[in-house]
Design a protein around this ligand. Structure first.
Ligand code: PLP
Length: 348
């Protein structure tokens, strides 16, 4: 006899990318930032430790919301903080989607969306991208039980983008809220933040894991109209962000010069990686994120991944049934990317 809800027994569970805790690897498999974060982060963490951790943190991380609101030109009540943007996704799914209801997202995209729907005992619908990486009107069509749509923008694993005006159109046509998951937006040319004020169905999530070099910190946030945030606050854990992460995240977003410098380095190395892979015969989709999707017409992704791993470089082989198999390679430093390209060249 099982103690668990049948939908939990039936699901596989999300499998995160490898995070080896011993040994030294060049990690190009989970879209982390290769550079250390702003030095202001260390100072903020140290100052918080000196004040002590005996007290609970601010339940709403109001200091962070205030600074983020100034930065993004929104009201502080438009911001909900989370333990990574994965927690924002969890809160939204729990709050909006009941058993048997429907979550819609593109295919291929971030596999966690499906897992979150499964935990709710909900259904999911994957709408394939068109050949030019746009989304068809079907993405906004009514469907029984449809409660939440999600578009990662830039998308993972492709790094492609839907123009903000098109996402606004889809949100306005949709019968349900649309979350634009902007985990990688700091590396892109555009984003949807300014559209939140225009459309109460459009929400934007952000993370400090990628562009701020703080994946280990676990901090993300949602920007949505205040009446949406008010409802979502009821669903989150009371103290979902800890005192160290709130202090560090606030210091990180304050250092806008660090972000601009980091973004410029990543964007330049992304081009170096794209050019290098193309020289080796890979088909590479132009990316607006901190990773690229690459497929080689003559070489299977799995042996290339395994060979690199033997040489202590981790990349991510991915297989999306009915779409394709390939390698997702995160943008590291120039040296890391040169090492990766050098090994791939020796294999090809
Ligand atoms: C599209 C997308 N959304 C969200 C996340 C989660 O990021 P976080 O570290 O903030 O939970 C990721 C992480 O890989 C991602 O690829």
């Amino acid at each position: 006899m099982s103690y668990f809800r049948p939908e939990i027994e039936a699901m596989q569970g999300y499998v995160p990318g490898e995070q080896p805790q011993v040994g030294k690897f060049i990690k190009l498999n989970t879209n982390e930032n290769p550079y250390p974060p702003s030095p202001a982060v260390t100072r903020a963490v140290t100052a918080t430790l000196e004040r002590g951790l005996a007290r609970y943190p601010d339940p709403l991380a109001a200091g962070f919301c205030q600074r983020a609101a100034e930065l993004y030109g929104v009201d502080p009540d438009s911001i909900l903080c989370g333990n990574g943007s994965d927690e924002i996704l969890t809160i939204l799914t729990r709050a909006l989607v009941g058993q048997g209801e429907l979550v819609r997202f593109p295919y291929p995209s971030y596999v966690l969306y499906r897992t979150l729907a499964e935990i709710q005992g909900a259904r999911h619908e994957e709408v394939p991208f068109d050949a030019d990486w746009s989304l068809p009107n079907a993405f906004a069509a009514p469907a029984p039980g449809l409660k939440l749509s999600i578009v990662p923008n830039p998308n993972s694993p492709t790094g492609t983008m839907i123009p903000p005006a098109r996402l606004l159109e889809l949100a306005e046509q949709s019968p349900c809220p649309l979350l634009v998951d902007e985990a990688y937006a700091d590396f892109a040319e555009t984003n949807c933040v300014s559209l939140v004020a225009q459309c109460d169905r459009l929400m934007v999530s952000r993370t400090l894991s990628k562009s701020y070099g703080l994946a280990g910190l676990r901090f993300g946030f949602l920007i949505a109209q205040p009446q949406i945030i008010e409802q979502l606050r009821k669903v989150k854990d009371s103290y979902n962000c800890d005192a160290l992460s709130i202090a560090a995240a606030t210091a990180a977003i304050d250092d806008t010069a660090w972000l601009a410098d980091n973004r410029a380095k990543i964007v330049a190395t992304r081009q170096r990686l794209t050019d290098g892979l193309q020289r080796l015969g890979f088909k590479v989709i132009p990316s607006q994120a901190n990773f690229v999707w690459a497929q080689h017409p003559q070489h299977e992704p799995r042996p290339m991944y395994e060979n690199l791993k033997k040489n202590r470089i981790l990349i991510r082989p991915m297989n999306y049934p009915n779409w394709g198999e390939g390698l997702r390679i995160s943008v590291g430093t120039d040296d890391q990317i040169d090492a990766c390209l050098g090994l791939l060249e020796a294999m090809i």
